[in-house]
Write a protein that binds this ligand. Structure first.
Ligand code: 5GP
Ligand code: MG
Length: 186
């Protein structure tokens, strides 16, 4: 796997520092008296956000519930979005809950544009969005993220939960792949 890497964009040490800062911001914004209940529901968008979410929530010392959503936007061997599709959910009761949606990367904005209205329809009292990465491209669909870890160039990246054809999620750093690797994992 190491020989498939073209370039490291963000190291695991940089990620750990930034995750701690994001968790601090989320905690500050949801702690009484800012938010009376001081309780939140975290909704990671699977599969890509599972590692980020696991690290993030362990730095948030508030009462937390977890809801799960699975969205497919880069199915299989895609390196460009094919449009976001909701393919699974296990959200529990959201009525009156303050939700923080967690995704790995904001690209076209299609995923967030699909999911936020759905969570509000289910009765969430508020929905904030947290993404580890945001690609440097005109924010499509007017999507705003409340918490952003890193701005990255408009390149296809893997690692720390992000995949290519379901491989490379276990790489600890955020990296780009060599074209030969993309060919060989097809
Ligand atoms: P959006 O809906 O904002 O276009 O894209 C969000 C989803 O597309 C992410 O949750 C992720 O699954 C996928 N995605 C977007 N860019 C990349 C990328 O550079 N690498 C990988 N592995 N997935 C990406
Ligand atoms: Mg995703």
């Amino acid at each position: 796997m190491q020989s498939d890497i073209q370039r490291m964009l963000i190291s695991q040490e940089q990620i750990a520092l930034r995750v701690r800062e994001l968790a601090g911001q989320i905690t500050a914004d949801h702690t009484p008296p800012k938010l009376l209940s001081g309780e939140i529901t975290i909704v990671p968008i699977l599969t890509g956000a599972f590692i980020f979410c696991g690290d993030l929530i362990r730095q948030i010392p508030l009462p937390i519930r977890i809801g799960l959503l699975t969205v497919s936007s880069y199915p299989g061997m895609s390196v460009r979005t094919q449009g976001s599709q909701l393919i699974g959910q296990q959200l529990g009761e959201l009525r009156g809950r303050h939700v923080v949606l967690v995704d790995d990367i904001l690209d076209s904005g299609g995923t967030i544009a699909l999911v936020v209205p759905k969570l509000l329809e289910l009765g969430a009292a508020s929905v904030k969005t947290c993404v580890l990465l945001r690609k440097d491209r005109p924010a499509a669909k007017g999507v705003v993220a409340d918490y952003v870890g890193f701005e990255i160039p408009d390149e296809f990246v893997v690692g720390y939960g992000l995949d290519y054809n379901d491989y490379y999620r276990n790489l600890p750093n955020i990296v780009t792949l060599r074209p030969e690797a993309i060919e060989s994992k097809k």
